[in-house]
Design a protein around this ligand. Structure first.
Ligand SMILES: C[S@@+](CC[C@H](N)C(=O)[O-])C[C@H]1O[C@@H](n2cnc3c(N)ncnc32)[C@H](O)[C@@H]1O
Length: 326
């Protein structure tokens, strides 16, 4: 596996003129995402966990809905991107490796992060255990390939350039160990004992110069060397980036696959009826907590904990404070 930086960090912002790639994602997806979160339900007083917030727009949106009695915790390996916002506590934390202690979150939200995480299946099962009864996970992932599709091109050569780019991007993703994870999510949520699992796929058209074109254009800049090493000629990659600014071009943005699953509110609400693949859950024990989801270790009841800055209740073990906070 190479060390391609696929995170939306300073490397990315240097290549994209100072803009976080996540800010393009927010422009493209937030309208859809907030509709899904509304569908999932964000009540006043909700405790929310956001994994990997990048520009932080959804964390702020959740905090507004959760109100002063609620709380939004962001767990991110680099929380420095998350702007300070009332009700949002950003923590340096890697849920893929750091222990996530079971706790009562009413809502867990993850977008465009799972594909990059090793052990994502086990993580999802652990997140399910961190939900309060009736709590919900909303997980949005970009469709395999992460690429736009041409709907109308002013220049027929655009089809060749897009195909070359997509081929090279697939190679870069594979080398970086990134496995698009949009469709397994539904099954894994069910196997983790979540109920009412619902999936919606969404995409729309974008003209050249609009966010749906600027995102692949910026990504092509960030990954320029990796992509050319993976086979696309430098002039072709430059031409691909140029076409994405042509307002006559119309593309279909990369589809996002959004999956919602709920932890049963009561023992008769479906949790015990859910039998994960691999081994049946012991009676009276949640499948995930029992470690009965295939390949998932049981979550210990208590790990070393530290206090949530805002509520004083224990949330995570081994985390550091937000760098910008005292
Ligand atoms: C692709 S961006 C997604 C941003 C945001 N969810 C969105 O859709 O706009 C990835 C974000 O996840 C964070 N991240 C990467 N690896 C992570 C990990 N193992 N645990 C938590 N956050 C991680 C990055 O720092 C970055 O903020």
């Amino acid at each position: 596996m190479t060390t391609t930086r696929f995170e939306f960090d300073e490397v990315g912002t240097a290549a994209t003129g100072g803009r976080l790639l996540g800010s393009y994602l927010a422009e493209i997806l937030d309208t859809f995402t907030t509709r899904r979160l509304t569908q999932a339900g964000v009540a006043e007083g909700s405790r929310c966990l956001v994994i990997g917030a990048d520009a932080g727009s959804i964390a702020g949106w959740l905090a507004d809905r959760a109100g002063s009695d609620g709380e939004v915790v962001v767990a991110d390996t680099d929380p420095s991107h998350v702007p300070a916002y009332p009700g949002v506590t950003a923590l340096r934390h890697d849920p893929a490796t750091d222990p996530l202690v079971e706790d009562d979150f009413d809502l867990v939200y993850v977008r465009s992060v799972m594909a990059c995480l090793p052990g994502r299946r086990g993580l999802l099962a652990r997140l399910a255990t961190a939900l309060s009864p009736g709590g919900v996970i909303v997980l949005d992932e970009l469709e395999a390939g992460f690429g736009p599709g041409i709907l109308y091109a002013p220049d027929p050569d655009a089809h060749r350039l897009f195909a070359r780019y997509q081929q090279a991007l697939d190679t870069v993703l594979r080398r970086a160990g990134i496995h698009p994870w949009s469709y397994p999510t539904h099954r894994v949520m069910r196997e983790a004992g979540l109920v009412g699992v619902d999936t919606e796929c969404w995409s729309r058209s974008w003209r050249g110069g609009e966010p749906g074109c600027l995102l692949p254009r910026a990504l092509a800049a960030q990954l320029f060397d990796d992509l050319t090493e993976a086979g696309i000629a430098r002039p072709d990659l430059a031409a691909f980036r140029g076409i994405l600014l042509d307002s006559r071009l119309v593309v279909r943005g990369c589809p996002v696959v959004s999956t919602i699953g709920r932890k049963p509110a009561t023992a008769t609400d479906g949790w015990f009826a859910a039998v994960p693949v691999g081994a049946p859950a012991a009676a009276g024990t949640s499948p995930a907590a029992a470690g009965s989801v295939a390949g998932v270790s049981p979550v210990p009841d208590r790990l070393s904990r530290c206090a949530s800055p805002s509520r004083g209740s224990p949330i995570f073990g081994r985390i550091g404070p937000h760098p910008s906070r005292p």
